[in-house]
Design a protein around this ligand. Structure first.
Ligand SMILES: *Cc1c(COP(=O)(O)O)cnc(C)c1O
Length: 391
């Protein structure tokens, strides 16, 4: 079975990251690595991107509406409400799956305090146009680049446009550190206040605990183990392709946490191969783009001109999500159901048809760097068979 995700680290990365001497210097080295890459002056590490966002909003301290796309990770509006702000949704464009300057305009109001420009699946949104439209307003523009480490908008790194940016090292992102997230900003005063919030954070998860989780995840994606676990999972859990999921309204205990030193070391080890990581993901996406271009009933995402996504997965849209999912499984390809919910539904908001439609129809094909070209071509062949069988 071809897994939907596999970790981007190897076993030697795991063991090297356990060494105390590597953990000690990891955060400082990672800081300079991000400072160089993003030309960012202030860099803060947290347990996850959602926590980084929470800390930023606490530091900004101007509660009000936080705008974000409705087709999104539910942990984002949750973190926003934990910080005392109100999540307000923006519909997405059905071709790009991202929020656009036009869809954003409809949700803007006097209450708007912050806008989250999200690069969903690592696909750049039209960040320049979004910033241009907000020029006359007093709002903080935060790039949600959680899945978009290394993605480029017109040759410039996504995450270097807004007032602040969050990036995630969670297991399915561009670089997996098992846990972790980073907050970048060039606003000095805001950074001072983020530092105060960070001082209130509880200590990171113990390194060994993170190591055990990361090791288990690595083991679980071995060929035989994966098929076995996958069968078990299908028996135990429901496999709905679309759901309305209730958001958490109460902040979990010890939510505000710093980044595990193990995760920092694990991410640092992989920064040196970020170029290779991204070029693999882009090559795989290219194989899908040419191999799946003319399949009836399968829609591929529109990419803005002159943009290079980071592709944490390759989203495709099909009317019968379950049928396609099951078809791929019959041929031993495990695709992900992506976000099988619309955040607008979760909060009981109506009128976000494209976000709902995306939740009902989008599936993600694997793009992790260790997937071979042959495997990607095999996935195209299997998808072509689906089109043949459903006509
Ligand atoms: C993954 C993701 C997040 C959350 O990142 P965590 O590190 O898991 O908190 C937020 N926004 C988007 C768009 C994501 O893909």
């Amino acid at each position: 079975m071809i897994p939907r995700f596999t970790p981007t680290f190897g076993y030697s990365d795991l063991f090297q990251s356990l060494k105390i001497e590597n953990q000690k210097v990891a955060q400082e080295k990672l800081r300079s690595s991000f400072a160089g890459l993003y030309k960012a002056r202030h860099i803060f590490f947290f347990n996850s991107a959602r926590v980084a966002l929470y800390a930023l909003l606490k530091a900004y301290a101007r509660p009000g509406a936080v705008l974000m796309p409705a087709y999104n990770c539910l942990t984002v509006p949750e973190a926003v409400s934990f910080a005392g702000y109100s999540p307000v949704f923006v519909d997405v464009d059905s071709a790009s799956l991202n929020m656009t300057a036009e869809t954003l305009e409809k949700s803007l109001s006097e209450e708007t305090s912050v806008v989250l420009a999200t690069h969903i699946f690592g696909i750049p949104c039209d960040i320049e146009e979004i910033i241009r439209r907000l020029r006359r307003r007093d709002v903080l523009i935060v790039e949600d680049a959680a899945p978009a480490l290394g993605a480029e908008f017109r040759k410039r790194l996504v995450g270097s446009f807004g007032d602040a940016t969050i990036i995630s090292f969670q297991s399915i992102k561009v670089i997996s550190g098992e846990t972790g997230g980073v907050l970048l900003t060039n606003r000095d005063e805001l950074a001072d206040r983020v530092a105060d919030v960070l001082n209130m954070a509880v200590d990171a998860e113990a390194p060994f605990k993170t190591f055990v989780k990361a090791f288990a995840r690595k083991m679980a994606t071995r060929r035989r183990t994966y098929s076995f676990l996958h069968r078990g999972y299908r028996v135990l859990y429901d496999e709905q392709m679309y759901k309305v999921i209730s958001p958490r309204t109460k902040i979990p205990v010890h939510f505000l946490r710093t980044c595990s030193h193990f995760s920092s070391a694990l991410v640092l080890r992989q920064m040196g191969r970020l170029g290779w990581n991204l070029s693999r993901r882009r090559k795989i996406a290219q194989i899908y783009q040419s191999g799946l271009a003319d399949i009836p009933g399968l829609r591929l995402p529109d990419i803005l001109e002159d943009c290079s996504p980071a592709w944490i997965q390759f989203p495709v849209s099909v009317d019968d999500k379950m049928a396609f999912y099951r078809h791929m499984q019959r041929y031993h390809v495990d695709v992900t159901w992506t976000y099988r919910y619309s955040c607008a539904d979760s909060y009981g908001w109506n009128g976000f048809p494209n976000a709902k439609r995306a939740a009902q129809t989008v599936l993600g094909l694997p793009t992790y760097p260790s997937l071979s070209d042959d495997q990607a071509r095999y996935i195209c062949e299997v998808a072509q068979k689906y089109a043949g069988s459903s006509r």
